[in-house]
Ligand binder design. Structure first.
Ligand code: ZN
Length: 377
């Protein structure tokens, strides 16, 4: 499944490269803890539901499509799929801002307060789940599953690019495509701006349906949403919005970021965990063909790893224990049951175990005299 794993590797590379360019090229402050959360927010659980989305799509396309596009030449069918996917995304996105239940999913993406590539990766665990009905329209009219998957990877790549902090205005392309300049407007905290520019790749949907806004506010502004701040723990970040939706007042005790682990310690753990997530995708693809219990166990452990990294950011005492247990259980799973053939996974796991040991021994704990341990490094 190299064709699914490589886009994830490329995404990880450009997210980190942009952060490095911003920090050491432009000398701008970079919030590494925020990047850690953004990378960890969705990954493996979102991938689980992405697999469900693709499975549902394939089921509907195979059983309920009358094959309306069968007579079209291939180039026209691809062009139709490209435009139709983006049209469905426009309405998916707009309705996620309109209805409270859908907003409980999409709000996770908007809670990011720093506009950079990692924000493009920041998502609720459930964002693929609520996408399912919108794209089934394509299955019903006859866009084949392989075309749907290829077109969606293409569009998601453009959407990722549109969160970058480096590119200037893109000239004539601004008239056709959604660009970073357009998409920044959508992330402004003021609702008059965030309810504009819903488009994914093509800007003409916004112009057609009256939601286009060409420029950022002239007055000082910030990115994000108002209200309660988000949790650094992906479990709570994805699920707290549903407590709000259900008007349940209970909240977990607030984290203590000032007593959280250093940016370097959680960032390096994130890279190691992400390497295993890429391995999961490489090995199982969307993961629904022959699900085995070791595969599900690995998925749960990877999700627990992301939760532990969030807990470390928030200074939770349990987080380093969970991280250590995780780093011990994953190699056991590999040795006993998974048997992935490539030897570099074993090197990754050895590095993960060493990392967890260092964390357990206190690496990255703030000291009262060391201001570099502030979370906004
Ligand atoms: Zn939005």
């Amino acid at each position: 499944m190299i064709d699914l794993a490589m886009p994830i590797v490329f995404m990880l590379f450009i997210v980190v490269a942009e952060a490095v360019a911003l920090r050491w090229g432009r000398g701008e402050p970079v919030n590494w803890h925020d990047i850690v959360f953004n990378l960890n927010s969705g990954h493996i659980i979102l991938w689980l539901f992405r697999g469900l989305e693709v499975t549902c799509y394939g089921y509907v396309a195979a059983r309920f499509s009358p094959g309306l596009l069968d007579a079209l030449p291939a180039p026209l069918m691809w062009l139709f799929a490209l435009l139709a996917w983006d049209f469905c995304f426009y309405w998916l996105h707009r309705l996620h801002h309109r209805f409270r239940l859908l907003w409980a999913v999409h709000v996770v993406h908007h809670q990011g307060e720093h506009f950079n590539l990692s924000l493009g990766v920041r998502n609720s665990w459930y964002s693929s789940l609520t996408s399912i009905p919108f794209f089934l329209l394509l299955a019903l009219v006859g866009v084949p599953l392989s075309v749907f998957v290829a077109v969606s990877i293409f569009h998601y790549s453009i959407q990722l690019f549109n969160h970058n902090a480096l590119t200037p205005k893109l000239g004539v392309l601004e008239k056709i495509l959604v660009t970073p300049a357009h998409h920044r407007v959508h992330h402004v905290k003021d609702i008059a701006y965030s309810n504009k520019n819903f488009g994914g790749s093509f800007i003409f949907w916004d112009k057609l349906f009256g939601t286009f806004c060409p420029a950022l506010p002239n007055t000082p502004f910030s990115y994000g949403v108002g209200g309660d701040s988000s949790s650094a723990n992906p479990f709570w970040a994805s699920n707290l919005p549903f407590l709000r939706y259900l008007r349940i007042a209970w909240r977990p005790r607030p984290g203590q970021p000032r007593s959280g682990r250093s940016a370097l310690s959680v960032f390096s753990g994130t890279m190691l965990l992400f390497a295993l997530v890429v391995g999961y995708v490489y090995q199982y693809g969307y993961g629904y063909e022959q699900i085995s219990w070791p595969q599900m166990a690995l998925l749960v452990l990877l999700a627990l790893g992301a939760v532990a990294l969030g807990g470390m950011t928030e200074g939770r005492p349990w987080a380093s224990v969970v991280w250590l247990l995780n780093a011990l259980l994953i190699p056991l799973l590999f040795i006993g049951y998974l048997n992935w053939p490539q030897s570099w996974w074993y090197m990754t796991m050895a590095a993960l175990a060493l990392h967890a040991l260092c964390i357990a021994l206190g690496w990255g704990r703030p000291t009262s005299t060391d201001p570099s341990e502030e979370p906004h490094g």
